[in-house]
Design a protein around this ligand. Structure first.
Ligand SMILES: Cc1ncc(COP(=O)(O)O)c(C=O)c1O
Length: 370
């Protein structure tokens, strides 16, 4: 297999003795980043790992005008032996390529992308936080850098990867989130860009989210854009409903839903834990009726950030629907524990999902040495 040649420059700042406290999510960044360039004719070139620093980009660059930009999100997890695990990084790299195709951007070799992530993470391993549930968040990005105001695909691109040590999503244990069901704003539409991880989807969701927050909720449940009736996603997560404590139902991928890697993993893991799973179209009115009757015992968001984010209540057209007792339920807890045990290497990985990043014994993260 062809190996990507990556020039490694020295980092800007030494690895920290102690990470900032509180860490939060995506507020601190490690000392190095990966970059490489693309131009039509030349293809991908000039791969480097160098100091984390501001980018110098011309104000006419297409990313600022057409918005040709994609990104990804995955994590490196600290194992009990001090080495690190990546979780299904090839699947992120494949989704990055599908986003690229949808946004008329160049694809890249999946192996090279995963190699770039692996080498950067290995160099920056001392930034992996030690607290239980914390991780090193990995953010690959591609932007259009050709200077033109013409509305057409760019001929030049920059691919970069940055790393951020992040705190556990639920620092003091699972907390239920409140969810406002939006039937005026939509996130994306079938045939649109909802399956791509492109910033426009997220920018377009902010106004509806701000309104939900002003109304006393934390997240938005997005309905399909055509009929405003079928459940798509919650916030920037996929969603699952639990019936009678044992049957897990999630919306089928419709063209407007981001195909989550956590979603795919839970669909494969859940049957091995004794649950049945179903992917289909979920009518919001039917679902709320089942919440009210108690048939739906749990609901939760699913994604890399939180893994599982239990929903305590849904608000729809002036009525609140409390899910189960309003507290996180046993299915959420069981799935969370089972998946994170695999991610952090606390248990065997029968699915072949984790990729070991070995860190030299003498240079293991402080966490492993404590
Ligand atoms: C819109 C949206 N849906 C779902 C997800 C969950 O995907 P994953 O499990 O791959 O993190 C994400 C996060 O990437 C997202 O941004």
């Amino acid at each position: 297999m062809k190996k990507l040649e990556i020039r490694v420059e020295p980092g800007q700042r030494p690895a920290p003795q102690a990470l900032p406290d509180p860490l939060g999510f995506g507020r601190h960044f490690t000392s190095r980043m990966f970059t490489r360039h693309y131009s039509t004719g030349q293809g991908w070139h000039d791969a480097a790992i160098g100091p984390y620093k501001p980018l110098v980009i011309d104000p006419a660059a297409e990313v600022f005008h057409c918005g040709q930009m994609i990104f990804e999100g995955t994590k490196a997890y600290l194992r009990p032996d001090g080495n690190l695990n990546l979780f299904r990084p090839e699947m992120n790299a494949e989704r990055f390529n599908r986003s690229a195709e949808r946004m008329a951007m160049p694809v890249m070799d999946v192996g090279e992308h995963v190699q770039a992530i692996t080498e950067l993470v290995r160099l920056e391993h001392a930034w992996v936080p030690r607290a239980e549930g914390a991780a090193l968040y990995i953010r690959p990005v591609m932007i259009a850098t050709e200077n033109t105001l013409e509305v057409r695909a760019s001929r030049r691109f920059l691919h970069f990867i940055i790393l951020s040590p992040v705190a556990p999503y639920f620092a003091g244990g699972f907390k239920p989130v409140s969810v406002f069901v939006s039937d005026d704003f939509v996130r994306t539409v079938r045939g649109g860009t909802g399956e791509a991880k492109t910033p426009g989807n997220y920018a377009g969701s902010l106004c509806g989210t701000e309104k939900a927050i002003a109304a006393g909720y934390q997240q938005v449940l997005w309905l399909d854009a055509v009929e405003r009736r079928y459940v798509d996603e919650v916030g920037a997560m996929n969603i699952a409903l639990v019936y009678d404590g044992k049957h897990i139902r999630t919306p089928a991928l419709s063209g407007g839903i981001l195909p989550g890697i956590t979603r795919d993993s839970l669909l494969r893991l859940a049957p091995d834990l004794g649950y049945t799973v179903q992917q289909d179209r979920i009518d919001i009115l039917e679902a709320l009726r089942d919440v009210a009757s108690g048939k739906i015992t749990e609901a939760f968001g699913i994604g890399t950030g939180a893994v599982i984010a239990p929903v305590g209540r849904f608000g729809y057209r002036g009525t609140d629907y409390v899910v189960g007792s309003g507290e996180p339920g046993p299915v959420a807890r069981n799935l969370f524990r089972s998946l994170t045990d695999i991610q952090y290497g606390r248990t065997a990985d029968p699915y072949g999902w984790t990729r070991l990043v070995e860190v030299a014994t003498a240079a293991k993260p402080a966490a492993a040495q404590a």
